[in-house]
Design a protein. Structure first.
Length: 243
């Protein structure tokens, strides 16, 4: 049956001589794998194949059958055309972090419409913004976990100055042999959790070392709460690019 939906391209791999298999986070069906024939020959190589780059936001017409591992695309075109994201090394690095995190955490066949719209807004936001965006990956990581049902509870305070990553809550004292962030990282996490407008992220002060510690801590949080999460490669690039 044919359906119209939007999707974010997460990963594309070659299949045979002229085809690709592409993983797409769709609004209607969550993450899905699609076989796309004939996009690597002739004129299609300079047009349709370019649409299937990671981070592209597309309007899709798809054939969908429940419990089928490989679906088919009938048609696809840009839903949003980036202005600067691919030409700007900082924006592109952040976008690839977004893509990798979604690809590593989303599981078939669940749909997450709220997460999908948040992700679309995030990609479009970085495309249009200028200036400091160094805190955006931290904010995105926390929101992606929350919108998949693994939110952090409680609030940072003088009475609860440590974030227990295993328990997913702020606690008064570090537990022995526990996975806790230090006070500074816990405080900044508390600030990030209160943000809903990414434009306010530049008001949160964190140096390069602190951001590295936070990204490492958030990856540990994912490993503790998301079955099969194997870690990310993109934070290494981010730490160099964002400075």
């Amino acid at each position: 049956m044919l359906h119209k939906t939007q999707g974010i391209v997460l990963r594309t791999v070659r299949y045979g001589e002229t085809s690709v298999i592409v993983n797409i986070f769709t609004e209607l069906f969550g993450i899905q794998s699609y076989l796309v024939n004939g996009v690597r020959t002739g004129k299609a190589k300079t047009s349709k194949a370019n649409l299937l780059q990671p981070a592209n936001i597309l309007d899709l017409v798809v054939y969908h059958k429940d419990n089928k591992n490989l679906q088919r695309l009938s048609d696809f075109r840009f839903a949003y055309l980036y202005r600067s994201l691919y030409a700007d090394v900082i924006k592109n690095s952040i976008a690839l972090f977004f893509v990798e995190l979604l690809d590593k955490t989303l599981k078939q066949p669940e749909s997450y419409p709220e997460l999908f719209h948040f992700a679309v807004d995030a990609f479009e936001w970085i495309d249009l913004q200028e200036g400091n965006m160094a805190n955006l990956p931290l904010y995105f990581a926390l929101r992606v976990a929350e919108l998949q049902g693994f939110r952090i509870y409680g609030t940072y305070s003088n009475e609860n100055p440590y974030l227990d990553l295993e328990g997913g809550t702020f606690i008064p004292e570090k537990l022995l042999n526990s996975y806790c962030l230090d006070e500074n990282c816990s405080r900044i996490t508390g600030q990030l959790l209160e943000i809903r407008n990414p434009g306010l992220l530049r008001d949160i002060k964190a140096d390069k070392q602190t951001r590295q510690q936070l990204l490492a801590g958030y990856q540990l949080y994912y490993q503790l709460h998301f079955p099969g999460f194997s870690g990310l490669k993109s934070p290494r690039v981010l730490s160099e690019i964002l400075g």
